[in-house]
Design a protein around this ligand. Sequence first.
Ligand SMILES: NC(=O)c1ccc[n+]([C@@H]2O[C@H](COP(=O)([O-])OP(=O)(O)OC[C@H]3O[C@@H](n4cnc5c(N)ncnc54)[C@H](OP(=O)(O)O)[C@@H]3O)[C@@H](O)[C@H]2O)c1
Length: 210
Amino acid sequence: MNITIIGNGNMARGIGTRLVEGGHTVAIHAKDVTKGNELAAHLNTLTKTAGVTVAPIGSETDDIVIVATPYTEIENVAKEYDGLAGKIVVDITNPVDFNTFQLIPEPGQSGAQHVAELLPEAAVVKAFNTTLAGPLAAGNVEGKELDVFIAGDDGDAKMKVSEMVKSSGMRPVDVGPLANARHLEGFGLIQMAVQDQLGTQWMSALKFLG
Ligand SMILES: NC(=O)c1ccc[n+]([C@@H]2O[C@H](COP(=O)([O-])OP(=O)(O)OC[C@H]3O[C@@H](n4cnc5c(N)ncnc54)[C@H](OP(=O)(O)O)[C@@H]3O)[C@@H](O)[C@H]2O)c1
């Protein structure tokens, strides 16, 4: 698949690593081209196909666009990139107010639904928000495959994201409609809150066993 990642931070690196190791073609869209080139160069060391480029968004060949920016940047991203219309857009964000350490959306709402409102012509799928960047880069935790929880209202889009996840060495778990993203975002918040307690240096993973 051809996949664009917007952002060049920890999650872009972690998800990008899994994607190139799964044989996908990745385009990094970075605000800062130098940082984008650095990430692309790193990812290209992991793939024999040299499939990582730094590119503007909107290429007709993109199957999926992963927005790997802070939640608070999503409105800017939606305004800045016309190319998101008609795409499968993966929202990986944890919409957390870091002053209060509570979720930003009102109770019963989710950041993912807000993203879908901002991008009415895209098929928005929530995924990866409970999968930490370190384990993504490593590909596993203690040898166990990573679970990637996926919520969305467009069945075809969810299936395509699931295929991307599976072919990149992880297990997709469909958790239902986009409204269920609020539960994933709650899990994401709790996962962040317990990291010090766990003492695993952010190398833990949420997974269904069995
Ligand atoms: N880290 C994790 O383990 C983890 C796990 C699950 C979900 N998440 C979620 O994943 C998202 C990214 O997290 P992260 O840890 O990768 O953060 P990060 O390392 O801070 O990276 C954020 C990236 O977003 C870019 N960015 C900001 N505004 C942008 C814009 N308007 N257009 C394009 N790029 C923009 C930044 O570019 P500059 O560097 O140029 O500013 C940076 O590359 C967050 O929403 C977070 O909640 C993170």
